[in-house]
Structure formats: structure tokens, C-alpha cells
Design a binder for this molecule. Sequence first.
Ligand code: AHM
Ligand code: MG
Length: 361
Amino acid sequence: MGNSEQTLTHELTLDRDCTTLSRHVLQQTVKTLHASSLLSPEAQDISAIMNRIALAGKLIAKRLSRAGLMADALGFTGETNVQGESVKRMDLYANEVFISVFKQSGLVCRLASEEMEDPYYIPENCPIGRYTLLYDPIDGSSNVDINLNVGSIFSIRQQEGEDLDGKAQDLLQDGHKQLAAGYILYGPSTVLVYSVGNGVHSFILDPSLGEFILAEENIKIPEHGPVYSVNEGNFWQWEESIRDYNRYVHRHEGYTARYSGALVGDFHRILLQGGVFLYPGTVKKPEGKLRLLYETAPLAFLMEQAGGRASTGREDILDFVPQKLHQRTPLIIGSTEDVSLVESFIQDRAKREETEPIAVQ
Ligand code: AHM
Ligand code: MG
């Protein structure tokens, strides 16, 4: 490599390293809002909120990396959350980290999470920061105790109305209302992926700098991929249409199964390489397991921004209006062709059942 090429490479690396997450979010939000300057108050707010989310991610990543060495970091608390699931110590820690980083920030008035029955209000922020953060603090927490990847999922919405009764009814709206969404994947490295409605971008945490460094801009999912990601242990509990799809991928060349038990990790693989993730309804959980406001809607927002699709099987996830805060939805998410293939099995069965009732096998 000649001297001038070397200088150019250094400059490009330096430019990338100096693209901080907050600067990037600011620029992207200004583009989405068609604002005239970087001083746009909403863009500044979203950028500042994302900076706090990144701080939460760094704190959680740090604790996860040392969890096996610390007393009281792993295992269960003995409590059950609003979903009826056993709470892990890490769930609780991560939930509190998100609350702590937004206290006295002046940015977020309410936080709603998988771990809290009702939203958490920070009244001193409310006069200035009319944003709500919705989040799953540790997604895939069964992976924590065995040292496998987990994630955090987040979504930012603007508060509408005064919410005087403290019931956060304005959150019961479709996913198009999201201002921003993303996740942090705690794997071999810590990756933050986000969108403010102008493409999907990823950052990797450089532990030596303590900063998220730009990794990839405008990620696009392939139109088709070989991976199908679903918990096949639920086969006996699925509707016949999902079994039809499952039998199809078993009997055709070109498909491969991947399922990690942590949605964020499985989603990340599919985002980068194509394919489809499914969590359909089951006999025990007819609406599926995953929650709309802080799991399926934020990931649907990202997936559509990356050129993919997200569906309940009957409608787009982003069009689905929840009836309650912890609403669950079936999820079929990934490459356009693969999501459409799953939907085609659902439509076929529906048509056949209209004409000839089918006995459940
Ligand atoms: P969690 O947020 O309580 O951890 O639950 C969500 C997780 C997803 O990450 C994962 O895809 C799914 O639950 C796994 O569930 P199952 O064990 O039923 O396949
Ligand atoms: Mg989850």
C-alpha cells in the first residue's frame, strides 16, 4: 500500500471511529424529520435518549461479562413477573438500570417494561420530556445462566395527551407511532442496532474506548435466506398451517434451522443473512409468547426499515393495535419471500377450512 492510500485508510478509520452514536442519531433524526438543522429539539431529544440507552447497554454488558464471578448476579429472585414468568436477578438489575439512566435526565416521563405491571413514572421529567421508553431489559434471559447471548429491546414513543389517570392509554396504538426502535445484543461483542425511520444502523461497543463505534449503515436484509428459526418443540401445539410450513421446510432442500432461545440473537442473524423467525400461537399461548409493545413492534419497525417484513400471519405487526400494555402477538419476521411463504400456508389453510372443516391431527 502506498503512502497516500495508507493516509486515506487512516482517515476513513478515524472518521468512522469519531462517528459517535449520538452524532449519528442526531443526523439520522434530522433527515427523518426533514428538519432544517441539527438544532432541531426533537432530534436533539432522540439523540440524547439514545445516548442514555447506550449507557444502560454498557452497564448491562459489564455486569453480564462478570456475572459468573459475582455473588448474586445469576439465578432467580424467587419472584414472578406480570407475565407469570420467574424473574431472574439479571432481569431485575437490567430493568433498574434503564430506570436509573433516565432519572433526572429531563428526557423520559414514563418507562414501560416486561418486568413492570404498570408504567414507571418519573414526574420531574414530565414537564419537559414527553417521551416514553418501552423496553425488554433482558430478552432471552434463560440464556444468562449458561453464558449465551441475550439482548435488550427498546422503543421510543411520544406521549400523547396528559395521561391524568396514569393508565398510559395512549400507548395502545399501532407500531407506526414509534419514533425510534432498536436492540442491544450482548454476544461476543456488544452490538447496538437502531432505526429512527431512516434505515437501520449498527454500532459495536469498543470496550477500550467505552464507546459504540459505527459498524454498518443502512443494513438491508436479503429477500430470501436459508434460515428458519422456530421452537419446533411446540409442533404439537401449533395450528395446522404452521405445521404445513414446517413440513415444507423439512422436505425441501435449501433450508437450515437455527434457534438460540434469545429472540435478539436470532433476529440479528436473520437481519444480516436473511431467513425467517417465527413464534406462532400455541395451544397454551394462543397469541404466542412475545409481547407487542417492547418486543415484536420494535423489531418489526427495524425489519421494515431493512426491507423485510413482520406479520402476525394475518396482518402486519406495525398495523396491530394492542388492547393492553403487555399484549402478546404471534410473530413471523424476516425476509419478504420467507414471510410471504409462511403467510401463504396460513391463507391456504384458512381457505380450505372455509370449504371443508379439517380434523386436528
Ligand atoms: P423473555 O423476554 O422472557 O426472555 O422471553 C422471550 C424469549 C425470546 O427471546 C425467545 O425467542 C423466546 O422467548 C424463547 O421462548 P421458548 O423457550 O418458548 O422457545
Ligand atoms: Mg423478551
